[in-house]
Write a protein that binds this ligand. Structure first.
Ligand code: DON
Length: 304
């Protein structure tokens, strides 16, 4: 048994008896049904070897983790012109805050907060023939996995209650930073967030960010300099107002979602995903953060 497998199992075992697992997100009603006792961890190394424990093969709503994937597709299409529409500074604010957007005249701080992801969605709608189908095909192609799908119940649930996202999209539109119909942009965004994946699938999809832009089959999705930039954005902005804490505790670029997933990577070495649905006060998976801290501390493997 490899060392990675032992470390994952040791962490999962330690967490079995933990009572305080955070709070499952309920502001998207469909997410509130998820069992808070679920826990999965999965790692893929640079050679494509898989190591997993717990519920690592059960699919869940990846939510904001999808923002890295839409960013990646938009960056591949637009190149550096993309940065005229969205900045690359950490916001220090929660994922759905609007105050900076008004102060900074409709240019979102970064592509991983909601406002930034809405601009990226708008870019994709402008460039893709069948935006939702083409984005799904792009993600499936990254992982070579046709089983990845949207969860249309989750998308519908969020479209009924996503008032702050409607506000953000309308504010962006008022500043001219949304070119398409606001409803089309929100529909695309709610669908991208509804993507369902297991920890194992997440590591397959995010393999390209660990592997200099190339998937397991060697196809290039981003060039090496673009991957450098996306990983830098994950490190500085991937956990909103907890990005500093994640860098401090874990020391890897990564991204969280309110479905309780986190994916993180060490360039050229491994990509790791965790799932524990309970969130901390900042909206990031409580046990996921702790598990990744233990993983990088026990293995001594981080970018620092
Ligand atoms: O827009 C929202 O509120 C959700 N679709 C995604 C939020 C999310 O995952 C924030 N990340 N921790």
């Amino acid at each position: 048994m490899s060392n990675f497998q032992e470390v994952l199992e040791h962490i999962a075992l330690n967490f079995k008896s933990v009572k305080d697992r955070g709070t499952v997100a309920s502001y998207i009603p469909e997410l509130a049904h998820v069992d808070p006792s679920k826990f999965g961890m999965h790692l893929i190394d640079a050679d494509g070897m898989h190591y997993g424990t717990g519920d690592s093969e059960e699919a869940f709503s990846i939510q904001s983790i999808s923002k890295v994937l839409s960013l990646s597709q938009a960056f591949a299409i637009m190149g550096d012109k993309l940065w005229e529409r969205v900045d690359v500074e950490p916001s220090g604010d929660p994922f759905n805050h609007l105050s900076l957007l008004e102060l900074e005249h409709g240019i979102p701080r970064n592509p991983l907060i909601n406002a930034g992801a809405l601009v990226i969605a708008d870019v994709l709608i402008s460039h893709l023939k069948n935006p939702k189908a083409d984005f799904l095909a792009y993600v499936r192609n990254m992982a070579n996995d046709e089983n990845i799908n949207y969860d249309t119940d989750v998308a519908a649930s969020e479209s009924k209650t996503g008032y702050t996202n409607y506000a953000a999209a309308n504010l962006l539109k008022s500043y001219g930073n949304i070119k398409n119909d606001v409803d089309d942009v929100l529909d695309f965004y709610f669908h991208q967030c509804s993507l369902k994946m297991s920890c194992r699938q997440l590591t397959e999809v995010f393999y390209i960010f660990m592997n200099r832009g190339k998937c397991r089959r060697g196809n290039a999705f981003l060039n090496i300099n673009q991957v450098k930039r996306v990983n830098a954005i994950m490190l500085t902005c991937g956990f909103y107002d907890e990005a500093g804490e994640f860098a401090f505790e874990v020391g890897l670029p990564g991204k969280s979602g309110v479905g309780g997933g986190i994916v993180a990577l060490l360039p050229n070495k491994f990509c790791i995903a965790t799932w524990s649905p309970g969130l901390n006060a900042k909206g990031n998976s409580k046990l996921g953060m702790l598990a990744l801290e233990q993983f990088t501390t026990q293995t001594g493997l981080s970018i620092f």
